[in-house]
Design a protein. Structure first.
Length: 313
């Protein structure tokens, strides 16, 4: 039997909607909260997660804002075609199409992991910034880097990577242990792993790994290079960085990269949190988001310095 979100009960008490991104291919997405809300929140996930990662944000804000959280093709409860072009460009195009269909406005854009390049490419390279009010960046990248964990790098080896990721589910199983600093509850692990129960369902995991922009021959490389050049223009909007300091993948070097390119961003580093910062420090991040979404609109004052904004948990 296939996975159903009903299995997750109160952890994920929503029924995803569907949107066709091309002939025969649909994505799932959450669209919670008042449809006529003045402001919206758009959360973009990475690999190997899905909209489940943002469940705390949906619960916290859907009473006052429209909260939209798509699952990429190959992720969560979206379609997982075996012959799809799983590239950064396709994911960006899909996000753009969904946002335009829903006509989201005054967006707080929240990005994590692969959601960083996807969401920020949409905002900075595909005209999305006109819809964006502010940006929350969680453990991700938006620039080229040669840094890659060995355990992920070896999964790019043809054949071996497919065996590990699609056959043994090593990527997904490792993530629910290594991506957090605090032990993850069994039911939460089940939430992350549930949509990826077979070889076919893990196609997206592998294709995301193949698209990591390590050299110019990889499809995502040129797009990330272009994004890196445009990234400083994100300073036209208020930006907040919430960073897990125990991230084995997006370590503090990536945080420094964002700080160099976005020196006015508010910075909150959680020393005791891992890559899945919303699992280890979710309540703190949500509280910061609530303040951020109110404060930046109230005055136009400068973002706090890292010294004043830094948080350790």
């Amino acid at each position: 039997m296939g996975f159903s979100v009903q299995e997750l009960g109160d952890l994920y008490p929503w029924t995803p909607k569907r949107f066709q991104v091309e002939e025969g291919v649909e994505i799932s997405y959450l669209d919670e909260g008042p449809q006529d809300a003045e402001e919206s929140i758009l959360c973009v996930h990475g690999n190997p997660t899905w909209s489940f990662y943002y469940r705390g944000i949906v619960k916290a804000f859907a009473g006052e804002r429209r909260v939209v959280v798509p699952d990429h093709v190959g992720a969560g409860t979206s379609d997982k075609p075996q012959d799809y072009a799983y590239t950064l460009k396709s994911h960006v195009d899909n996000l753009r199409a969904l946002v335009e269909q829903l006509d989201l406005k005054k967006v707080t854009l929240v990005v994590h992991d692969w959601g960083g390049p996807i969401g920020l490419c949409w905002a900075l390279l595909r005209g999305g910034l006109e819809r964006v009010e502010r940006v929350v960046i969680l453990n991700t990248s938006a620039f080229l880097s040669k840094s890659i964990p060995f355990t992920i790098d070896i999964c790019r080896i043809p054949g071996f990577g497919a065996l590990c990721i699609r056959g043994l589910n090593a990527f997904g199983r490792a993530a629910v242990v290594r991506a957090v600093a605090k032990p993850m509850a069994r039911e939460v692990k089940r939430g992350y792993l549930g949509p990826y129960g077979s070889w076919a369902e893990r196609v997206g995991h592998l294709e995301f790994v193949h698209d990591i922009p390590m050299h110019p021959g990889i499809p995502s490389y040129a797009l990330v290079q272009e994004l890196e050049q445009k990234l400083p223009t994100l300073a036209e909007r208020p930006v907040m960085l919430c960073w897990g300091g125990k991230d084995f993948c997006f370590h503090d070097g990536f945080l420094e990269g964002f700080k160099e390119r976005l020196p006015e961003a508010a910075v909150h580093r959680f020393a005791g949190a891992g890559h899945y910062v919303l699992e280890d420090a979710g309540d703190e991040v949500i509280a910061l988001m609530r303040d951020f979404m109110g404060a930046d609109a109230a005055s136009g004052s400068e973002a706090p310095s890292e010294q004043n904004a830094s948080t350790a948990v």
